[in-house]
Design a protein around this ligand. Structure first.
Ligand code: NCC
Length: 407
């Protein structure tokens, strides 16, 4: 009798544990589904993302301003079980392609290719297998990482050219030794990389990514901050007042159509940032604040496209890649943190918000997947550095010797 009771007890325990595991597994799948669909599984409630079933806001730079685009992006299939298992793939161990993306992001990518918002007429090659030194030479000689100077605008445009700096960023900043670039990825949480990041001569950050409260993981020093034109123009960023933009070297970018010259672009920027720029310069005349020449982005995009195994999103590179390349033009050595994901990889978009969206890591609007492929080829650090710290080490371009000028 005692034996029977013992067996029954054991059986009950086994059944309970199985039920618990079963329920947890399906709850987890459900959470992943929500996250992949651009929902916040932690009840994050920013106005822009309030609408239920909205597809990834990260996938769409102009989600608030372009209804038709919003419709196309939202018109995506429900996620399949297959996509869950893509998460198990070890990332950037090999070159990634759109086959590695979940179906939703594949669809987003196709939509952007159909839209061709910047009117690209790309006739060049793809899948150019350049070895890393050659690739570095192409980046050095074909991407003119220049910022706008007063003298770049026609004489009759003084009403706004008077607010531009006299000199290009390189003339003022000169050459730096060791620089750190800190991506805003959620995976940097818990990294304890703060001290290492702060030990660099200069630290580069993006958009509204804060340091306060996150010092242990991302450090506290900021030397440069690269902003996209949304940050300058959208009220929610409070650009004119927010102290995180003060006491640093600011650089901003706004995309032009692929073939536009500076004049055509500044008459019709994607986001009308000039008023904010003027106000900021008037209030902070001593603070360096540069604007990247828009053609820089497309010169860089050409090289990302040439290096990619297939056609990429016809949209500008992310702030992340643009900032990395800018630092490679200024510093002798650039250590980049959590751009190539470490083993802490998560769908959590940012370290400072709970919002979940895998597009932040793999790209929706930006060709991030291919940007990461490209920098992975150039990494001089170890695989272990990537896995443990999400760290890659890139060389400066200033002293790079190139046999043929690859212009
Ligand atoms: O997200 P964002 O960039 O500010 O991130 C800065 C750079 O960090 C890298 N990153 C970020 C998150 C993540 N999980 N993995 C990453 O690798 C990327 O290289 C990224 O560029 C941008 O590029 O400017 C972007 O800006 C945001 C947004 O405009 C700003 O954060 C201001 O709110 C864009 N999001 C939206 O438009 C909704 C984002 O697509 C790109």
């Amino acid at each position: 009798m005692v034996r029977v009771l013992k067996k029954l007890g054991l059986l009950t325990v086994v059944v309970c544990i199985s039920c618990f595991l079963y329920v947890s597994f399906f709850k987890h799948l459900n959470d992943l589904d929500n996250a992949e669909e651009g929902h916040d599984i932690f009840t994050y409630n920013r106005n822009t993302y309030k609408q239920k079933n909205i597809s990834s806001p990260e996938s769409n730079r102009q989600i608030n301003t372009d209804e038709s685009r919003k419709k196309q992006i939202n018109d995506v299939p429900k996620r399949s079980m297959k996509s869950i298992f893509y998460k198990k793939v070890k990332l950037w161990e090999r070159e990634m392609s759109h086959d590695d993306l979940i179906p939703r992001l594949q669809k987003v990518m196709r939509n952007y290719q159909e839209m061709n918002a910047y009117k690209l007429k790309y006739q060049g090659k793809i899948n150019q297998q350049r070895e890393s030194h050659d690739l570095l030479c192409h980046l050095k000689h074909r991407v003119n990482m220049a910022t706008l100077k007063r003298s770049d605008l026609p004489d009759n445009e003084t009403h706004w050219s008077q607010y531009l700096p006299d000199k290009d960023i390189h003339e003022v900043v000169g050459k730096l030794k060791r620089c750190a670039v800190v991506s805003s990825a959620g995976a940097i949480r818990g990294s304890r990389l703060g001290k290492e990041i702060d030990s660099h001569d200069a630290v580069f950050r993006f958009n509204a990514a804060p340091t306060k409260g996150y010092e242990a993981d991302v450090g506290s020093k900021t030397t440069f901050r690269l902003l996209n034109s949304q940050v300058i123009t959208q009220k929610e960023h409070n650009f004119l007042e927010n102290p995180i933009y003060k006491d640093v070297i600011l650089i901003m970018w706004d995309p032009s159509p692929y073939d536009a010259d500076i004049y055509q672009w500044y008459k019709k920027p994607e986001y009308d940032f000039f008023e904010s720029y003027k106000k900021y310069r008037t209030a902070n005349p001593e603070q360096p604040f540069y604007i990247l020449k828009p053609q820089t982005l497309w010169q860089f995009w050409n090289i990302i496209q040439e290096s990619a195994p297939e056609l990429i999103q016809p949209n500008p590179p992310s702030s992340g890649s643009t900032g990395i390349l800018l630092m490679m033009n200024i510093c002798d050595e650039v250590n980049v943190y959590e751009f190539l994901p470490s083993s802490r990889l998560t769908d959590r978009c940012y370290y400072f918000q709970q919002f979940m969206d895998s597009a932040c890591t793999y790209g929706g609007y930006h060709p991030l997947l291919y940007e990461k492929n490209l920098f992975k080829k150039l990494n001089q650090g170890t695989e272990d550095d990537i896995t443990k710290n999400g760290k890659m080490t890139l060389p400066g371009l200033k002293d790079l010797q190139c046999l043929n000028e690859t212009r």
